[in-house]
Design a protein around this ligand. Structure first.
Ligand code: CP
Length: 320
């Protein structure tokens, strides 16, 4: 496949191939020399029209570990602030010889527009578009879940994943529902009715308004950031009320099965959707998710830019 725009683009076999390749990449990350020559001479552009810490840095680290040249473009400080269009920005990247464009954009659909436009020949990777999708976040979350709940080479068949909070504005939730169900998991969304999107009943998951009712049946609970910047204040309960009904604190964490993990894509609102006690507990995988993001994004870039050779030479793989 040439682009990664939506988690729905991935069949079960595609997703397992990315996750298995990411496991190989993670073994490289454990070696003293973390670099592979696989994408030498290729150019990856990080095209960020919206703020990011984890995604931008991990795509940069991933491309560099595969020996690609990396160009980081941030809309702030670029000619976008002078009114330059996505098309003219894309034509500039094409002139630079980009092989892959990793794009984050506040408008849902911008990566699809770029991929379908014919303005560029590069592979397009969606790094988060508006409230639509964030497929590489879902892949790194699935990678983390598989490591904790199923083991390498396995899918997530029958695993019960609870996704909690501001689903309405969450591209992470949408991509995770699509990918995790493709991998066989049973997903339950928990949110106040005002923070669920119209049409959620057609998503392939369960919906609940009662967090306490689902905790004991969860293999993992994924807390979503409350996205105040995208929100009409009239639709939002007070912070205290939200934390009381939908926040994860120590008491609620204790209601989870012993093997269950707590996930958060970051950035976190400590004290709102998650308490500091939970965020800093050994059961919370937020930091591990960031590390897994590098291996997962290495796998995505490698598979899209088509290393025809094995990602990791057998000798290198066993030397790890
Ligand atoms: N999880 C995530 O997408 O984080 P950033 O916004 O920092 O990239």
């Amino acid at each position: 496949k040439r682009h990664l725009i939506s988690a729905a683009d991935l069949t079960r076999d595609d997703a397992l191939l990315v996750l298995d390749t990411a496991e190989e990449m993670a073994r490289v990350a454990d070696r003293p020399i973390k670099k592979l020559p696989t994408l030498r001479g290729r150019t990856v552009v990080n095209l960020f029209f919206e703020d990011s810490t984890r995604t931008r840095i991990s795509f940069e680290a991933a491309a560099k570990r595969l020996s690609a040249d990396v160009i980081n473009f941030s809309a702030k400080g670029s000619s976008v602030s002078k009114g330059e269009s996505l098309k003219d920005t894309a034509l500039t990247l094409e002139a630079m010889g980009a092989d892959a464009v990793v794009i984050r954009h506040p408008s849902s659909g911008a990566p699809h527009r770029l991929a379908a436009s014919g303005w560029i020949n590069a592979s397009v990777v969606n790094a988060g578009d508006g409230t639509h999708e964030h497929p590489t976040q879902a892949l790194l979350d699935a990678f983390t879940l598989r490591r904790h709940l199923s083991g390498p080479g396995r899918d997530l068949n029958g695993r019960r994943i609870t996704v909690v909070g501001d689903v309405l504005h969450s591209r992470v939730a949408r991509s995770n529902v699509l990918l995790l169900t493709t991998l066989g998991a049973e997903v339950t969304l928990v949110a106040p009715p005002t923070l669920l999107p119209i049409g959620v009943e057609r998503w392939p998951c369960q919906v609940s308004y009662d967090l306490d009712a689902v905790l004991a049946k969860s293999d993992a609970v994924m807390m979503l950031r409350v996205q105040r910047e995208r929100m009409n204040a009239a639709f939002f309960p007070t912070e205290r009320e939200y934390a009381r009904r939908y926040g994860l604190d120590g008491l609620r964490m204790a209601a989870l099965p012993e093997h269950a993990i707590v996930m958060h894509p970051g950035p976190m609102n400590r004290g709102m959707e998650i308490t500091a006690e939970v965020a800093d507990s050994p059961r919370c995988t937020a930091v591990e998710q960031v590390a897994n993001g590098v291996s997962t994004r290495m796998a995505v870039l490698y598979l899209l830019l088509g290393g025809s050779e094995p990602a990791v030479a057998p000798a290198a793989a066993t030397a790890a």
